[in-house]
Design a protein around this ligand. Structure first.
Ligand SMILES: [Zn+2]
Length: 493
């Protein structure tokens, strides 16, 4: 916390792979089901009077899904319907919000001593989902105005859509954040989620000791920090007795569990190296001295050096890491990011191309490569970028950032009406119906009538028509109900 206290200032721009988006540390709503687009969208919580950031990172998201998918399947959930969100916050917290959306604070990810601890928390959260628990909101939350909720929801929506800059702008428009407060599950629900967690771990034959050791950590925090302002006191009643009950059952489960393979903790180490390097580069220098020749250490030093503007060292470290693991897509992704953010667009293309080659199912990697190509900017580059962005949008249909890049590529190719349609799509994905309507109308003027793109523009134009309402307060998305529906919390309880 001491180091990098102001890290948000210098780096808030466009990280390629590592996008920070101010979001509110708090409450939200269930936009989801009302949206015509894919699954994602979501929400945030845990009120504090300042803005939060969310992080998108293909590698970390993939690791958390790798941990969670067996549990979701065991709980009868479709993994495709479960979304993972990463909140940049030092506290040990995780929660469920808005249906099947699980949020992890970076503090929890960094402090976890084993993959089993994260998996234990994941099992507990999954228990809140399968138990359909509705958290109780506090009076402070209930009294916040609908307008504030709408603004919050749109910001979250923007984040989910992968459009950090828009997210920043929208979140800044919310005036009442300071009025928000926490919400919490009942003890009965916590106990129920614990039982569900044990059951899911048993079904998947995963060890349960990580769940117990994590709960122990939370209990210790409770004991040490008696401040009434500590959210743990409000949201995690009775952790002590729960730990005792968990331990007894976990010991029994562990006798028949299959130990985690090395891959579980190897992934954890890479995730922690990356997070620490990005979030606390000075601390990463201490944690990973040059004498440490492990892959995570090279990774952490590469990231930290990049954040500290030592591109030479960053490239040296990441290239050594690549020699150690030459088919790891995320090492190439980082090399591409370092080069791109150093203005070496041309050189950033080959590593970004490698990352896509080794991980062809990650939308964010396609967007990275497209962005490098667009920055170099030949006609062939822009044509290839269009194809790559199309692939990204198949994987993440509401990714506004991909649509924005698409508008750049098409604009550079002189295909103005199509570029306008892409801009309309981006605005629509962000809930800015006014802009979506305006650009959809412009696109229609230039597109061949009744062509598929004209029809799409016509659809956007119709659904965002201000005469049909639903276009209040700077662009509310159609079907965006203002009531709040809390679905979960859990501070790592
Ligand atoms: Zn809970």
């Amino acid at each position: 916390m001491v180091d990098d206290a102001n890290w948000g200032i210098g780096v808030a721009g466009a990280w390629l792979n590592y996008k920070r988006i101010p979001v509110l540390k708090d409450a939200l709503k269930s936009l989801l089901r009302t949206l015509p687009v894919a699954a994602s969208l979501v929400l945030a919580n845990f009120a504090v009077a300042h803005a939060q950031s969310m992080i998108r990172d293909a590698e970390i998201e993939d690791t958390l899904r790798f941990y969670g998918e067996p549990l979701w399947e065991a709980g009868g959930l479709n993994p495709d319907d479960v979304d993972i969100y990463i909140v940049q916050d030092d506290s040990l917290n995780a929660f469920v919000y808005g249906g099947q959306n699980i949020f992890f604070h970076t503090g929890l990810l960094l402090e976890a001593e084993s993959a089993g601890e994260i998996i234990g928390v994941m099992a507990h959260e999954t228990g809140h989902i399968t138990g359909a628990h509705n958290a109780r909101s506090t009076d402070a939350i209930r009294s916040a105005s609908n307008a504030s909720w709408v603004a919050l929801g749109l910001g979250v929506l923007a984040i989910a859509a992968g459009a950090p800059d828009a997210g920043v702008a929208i979140m800044a428009g919310s005036q009442q954040v300071g009025a928000l407060n926490y919400f919490a599950y009942s003890r009965a629900q916590e106990s129920s989620a614990d039982q569900a967690a044990l059951s899911l771990l048993e079904k998947t034959h995963m060890p349960a000791d990580g769940l117990v050791s994590f709960m122990n950590k939370i209990r210790d925090l409770e004991v040490m920090s008696a401040s009434a302002s500590n959210p743990y006191w409000r949201t995690h009643p009775e952790v002590g007795p729960r730990v005792a009950a968990l331990r007894t059952k976990a010991d029994i489960l562990n006798q028949t569990a299959t130990p985690f393979t090395d891959e579980y903790d190897e992934r954890l180490k890479m995730m922690q190296a990356k997070l620490l390097g990005f979030l606390k580069p000075r601390k990463a220098y201490y944690r990973y001295p040059d004498t440490d020749t492990s892959l995570p250490a090279y990774y952490a030093r590469a990231v930290a050096s990049h954040k500290m503007n030592d591109q030479t060292r960053a490239l040296d470290q990441i290239r050594t890491a690549i020699e150690m693991e030459p088919e790891n897509p995320y090492l190439y992704e980082l090399e591409g990011q370092i080069l791109f953010e150093s203005g070496r667009f041309d050189e950033s293309i080959p590593p970004n191309r490698k990352s896509v080659e080794f991980a062809p199912d990650k939308a964010l990697l396609y967007v990275n490569l497209a962005r490098s190509l667009i920055a170099r900017g030949t006609a062939e580059d822009n044509e290839e970028a269009e194809k790559l962005l199309h692939k990204a949008l198949v994987l993440e249909p509401s990714n506004a950032f991909a649509y924005t890049q698409m508008s750049f590529a098409l604009g550079a190719l002189g295909r103005k009406p199509e570029a306008e349609l892409a801009t309309a799509e981006a605005a629509y994905a962000l809930g800015d119906t006014q802009k979506a309507h305006q650009f959809a109308r412009r696109a229609m003027d230039g597109l061949d009538r009744d062509s598929p793109k004209w029809v799409r523009a016509d659809d956007i134009s119709a659904i965002t028509d201000p005469r049909l309402g639903g276009n209040r307060s700077g662009g509310q998305r159609p079907g965006f109900a203002p009531e709040i529906s809390f679905h979960g919390n859990l501070t790592a309880d």
